[in-house]
Ligand binder design. Structure first.
Ligand code: ADP
Ligand code: MG
Length: 402
């Protein structure tokens, strides 16, 4: 029996990729999607799957001319002129759909089209122009700019890093092994490499630096208080500590005048791939999915990224503890070595690059706490089995760890 492909809604717009392939923007009950499509022998269009050549065709479009080209409401930014062939899916659950082409490039179709303005456009362009080597080399970006909406990304193409290991995998392994060996110093080379990488990232984005307004500071504080309110509905420990947590978050209201940059905005270990050669690369500049689209591309203090990464080392340690029997003291030492080693390496690199002014650590704890509260709300609403992570993280941050 042959399964019938689900009908594809009539495109709102489409970009011809040549050779009977196109990138279509569709609307399904108001939800926009960017879908690769292929023309069948009978002339009808269907959704393209890995192997149908749509990703190869997009590489062909990029290779036809580097630079910026506008086609109707689409803009193609091409930074590479290499073809590749042979398509396969990434084989992991993901929000969007990525296709690996010839082990050379990864094409990500925005099957869940994000409302613009899309943060990746300026960030990737800035990083590329700065020659920043700590991201998988961007090959191209296709954006769509509907007349009544902000520009958003419909497809992105990056160099594929063969054998890359996902951040949650390497971080949990790193902390597990250091705790098992009773050797917290074993995490140092990784903590230093990642701290250096993020400092280099911020230095490369320093060209976007401006200063936070009183309204920015009030928004960060109010947003954090709203997350606290939501977390208190879901979580006894948050509720019991509401006053103390609120007092820490209140510091965010004092960020008026602090330097801000177009930072990563959703940084955690899961956004850092470890390449087969042991080097690290930052990915996913789509912004923080919990923020409304209008806020996702706004500049933020560098300490927000640092807090996201630092806290995720703690979360990796909590995950490590779940899967392997570990001595509590050895685990705590490994966790602290990873987290503090990362922050120290970040600061020292930023200083060496003459960019210390970008980093003010005074709200590090407030942003770490906000991250834990967001995890509580996320786990309660979408992923209950993740709740053990904020369950363990919150008391530690509030200094109530035994
Ligand atoms: P999503 O956020 O939609 O789930 P991601 O961009 O995070 O998609 O990528 C999905 C998977 O592909 C991740 O597991 C990541 O490890 C891997 N990946 C992403 N970019 C690359 C790359 N340039 N090279 C190798 N693997 C990658
Ligand atoms: Mg991702």
């Amino acid at each position: 029996m042959c399964a019938t492909a689900p009908p594809v809604p009539e495109p709102v717009d489409s970009l011809d990729l040549g050779d009977g392939r196109r990138l279509a923007v569709t609307s399904d009950g108001g939800r926009l999607a960017a879908l690769p499509m292929v023309r069948s022998a009978d002339g009808t269009w269907r959704r393209a799957r890995p192997g149908d050549g749509a990703a190869e065709a997009l590489l062909g479009v990029l290779a036809a001319g580097t630079g910026v080209t506008s086609v109707g409401d689409f803009t193609v930014r091409s930074w590479a002129n290499r073809d590749a062939s042979g398509e396969r899916g990434v084989g992991v659950d993901q929000t969007n759909e990525s296709v690996i082409v010839g082990d050379a490039a990864v094409v990500k179709w925005a099957t869940h089209l994000q409302e613009g303005p899309h943060p990746a456009i300026t960030r990737l362009t800035t990083l590329r122009d700065a020659g920043f080597a700590g991201i998988p080399a961007p090959w191209g970006l296709v954006t769509w700019h509907a007349p009544d909406a902000a520009e958003t990304v419909v497809a992105s193409v990056d160099r594929y890093l063969p054998g890359a290991v996902d951040g949650w995998t390497w971080a949990v392994e790193l902390i597990t092994e250091a705790a098992l060996a009773g050797d917290p110093a074993a995490v140092a080379p990784t903590a230093i490499a990642v701290g250096t990488l993020i400092a280099d990232l911020h230095a490369a984005l320093a060209i976007t630096a401006t200063t936070a307004s009183a309204a920015d500071a009030a928004r960060w504080r109010d947003d954090a208080m709203q997350v606290l309110d939501a977390a208190c509905i879901e979580h006894d420990v948050a509720r019991a500590n509401r006053g103390d947590i609120g007092a820490v978050l209140d510091d965010l209201g004092g960020l008026d005048g602090t330097p801000i940059i177009e930072a990563h905005g959703d940084l955690h270990v899961g956004q850092v791939l470890r390449g087969a050669d042991g080097s690290f690369a930052v990915t996913d500049f789509d912004g923080n999915p919990v923020l409304p689209a209008s806020q996702r591309a706004l500049p933020v203090p560098a300490v927000l990224d640092v807090a996201g990464m630092a806290q995720s080392f703690t979360h990796a340690a909590i995950v490590a503890d779940r899967y392997t029997a570990l001595d509590p003291a050895a685990l705590a030492d490994a966790e602290a070595a990873a987290r503090d080693g990362f922050v120290d390496a970040y600061r020292s690199r930023l200083g060496a690059l003459g960019q210390d002014r970008l980093y003010d650590p005074r709200t590090l704890r407030a942003f770490r706490l906000q991250q834990v509260l967001r995890e509580i709300v996320y786990a309660a609403r979408h992923l209950p089995r993740w709740m053990y992570v904020p369950d363990a993280a919150l008391p530690r941050l509030m200094g109530r760890h035994p």
